[in-house]
Design a protein around this ligand. Sequence first.
Ligand SMILES: Nc1ncnc2c1ncn2[C@@H]1O[C@H](COP(=O)(O)OP(=O)(O)OP(=O)(O)O)[C@@H](O)[C@H]1O
Length: 626
Amino acid sequence: MEVNDAPSQGSPNTTSQQQFAVLDMFIPGFSLVSSLAQAYLGIDLNLYIPMLMVLVSTSFAWSYISSMLYGLIESHLMSSVRIRTDDEIFNMIMAWVATQNFSRKSRRFIANTNLNSRAWSMWRFFNDEDEDEDEDEEQDWRKKETSKNKKQLRYTPSYGTHLFFFRHRPLLFERCENREQMGSLMISEKEEIIISCFGRSADLIKELLHEAREQHMAKDEQKTLIYRGGSDGQGGDLTWKRCMARSTRPFSTVILNEKVKQELVDDVADYLAPKTRKWYANRGIPYRRGYLLHGPPGTGKSSLSLALAGYFRMKIYILSLSSPMATEDNVSQLFASLPMRCVVLLEDIDSAGLTHTREGESRSKDDAASPPAPAAENKAVPHTGRLSLSGLLNILDGVASQEGRVLIMTTNHIEKLDKALIRPGRVDMTVEFGRADPGMTASIFRAMYTPFEGEETPSTSGPNSPAPSPAKKGTKALKDTALAEKQKLRDDEARNRATERIVDLSHQFAAKIPSGEFSPAEIQGLLLRHKRSPLAAIDAVDSWITSTRKDKMEREAREAEEKEKARKKAEREKRRKAKQKAKKKAKGEDVSSSGSGSDLEIEAQEQAGGKDTRSKATPDSGYGTS
Ligand SMILES: Nc1ncnc2c1ncn2[C@@H]1O[C@H](COP(=O)(O)OP(=O)(O)OP(=O)(O)O)[C@@H](O)[C@H]1O
């Protein structure tokens, strides 16, 4: 008789082994857990397998059906907007989101010191957000942080979908990776946000976008937005980058002849008036206006331009033409991307390449005395990428400059500029800035020390005398309004007295500064060293004049030495070329290679022996041997 102990096919044991094998595939380690449960707890998990399978398949089915349903709802019953990091609206939305409750209370959040997009073109180099403080009680500790000069922390919801309410209606805020632009961007730029609302109308989302923009603009209202031409840091083209939002500089703080200032303001106001554009168009005159501000460094040219932009609430786009980036292509590209109404400030238009002639740099002393080449000649100069005068003229005359922009050019050397660049039509008004005369000096002094409301009045009665009671001290503590009023009156009186005293002192100070010798920036520098003590500033004037004169003389001597070196180098080069030419003529063949040896000799001798050696090497050069 044959006994077969092996379990027959289809026996319960075999079935359970097969089930385990299948379950192990989906839930690794299930058979082990099951045998442990059987051995130690006496629970047979086999009995629960069908139930478990039902649960697992139901959950799979639910997740599939729900995502399909959500997809259907999303595409047919919802509206949404995608916002990427490479547009300024990203910054606006993130700033708005950070102020919303759902963001503040979110348990999954991202902490930032700067909410702005990291996309290079959107980046703000100066975190002007720090200036704007939330009026929220729960932010007390934040204020403590800012008081310690720490950057304020902002919280925004982290990756994923978050529900929030806007105008009592539910919306979804989704923050995710930007899958379409993964390759080209940095990690922090690979992000996008999607805001969705229920319903087929996107009006609610548009309202939200408008609100975010309004909030953002309101923050910038009292500011002058400054953009600078810069590269993307990846060797790419030049573009305008927002570099900061400065509190608008009041026009009155720029010290300049009042009549000239008023003329300038009236002229710009007239140009920007809506009817003027039509007037220009009707007469076929290009709608543009150019201003040239010239004068020594530190006399207020840039300050006036900024104040003007702030006064007319325009953005200012600053480009320094002395930057190596300022090539013809780059500058024309920058002009093409300017907005309709703005101030364009072109700094240093006397920079190399834009003066009388591009060859100017290599011209010798003798040549320098010859009259400057006309602008037309410049057109013949081969295009080397650097901005040429003709290139700049083309850009200024181009369509990109005729869209209601206020073009301001600044220079320290008006005498170096080509007439073509500053002819009427390109420059419609010229404003000269000079070094400070006594009137300006006194104004700078008053601007520095006149106390503003709520400010501590500067000490004006000797170094050891106590400061008059400051306006802010104790005012907060006065609960009684009558007392507070009295205190305010006393403060106002103290301020008026201090202001009168400052006016007297300003005349004393101005009398000590020689007229037309120092720039307003230099004088401001002196005053800033004694910003709380006008008397100390007056005492320091004499020694400051002596040391500043000494510094200036040393600097001038250094510059003269460098100039002389450059002149000698140019002369040597000229002689070398002349000699090569003479040799070529004499031999009637190309002697450039043999010539270079002797040139090197000459150069080495010159460097070693100075003038004497030079005269020996080139006896016909005209230098004496003594
Ligand atoms: N006329 C002025 N009125 C008020 N402040 C002035 C004046 N001139 C110069 N300053 C002060 O000096 C500093 C430098 O001025 P600013 O940059 O405007 O000079 P600039 O003429 O543009 O110089 P640069 O030619 O070197 O660019 C600023 O801080 C500004 O406040």
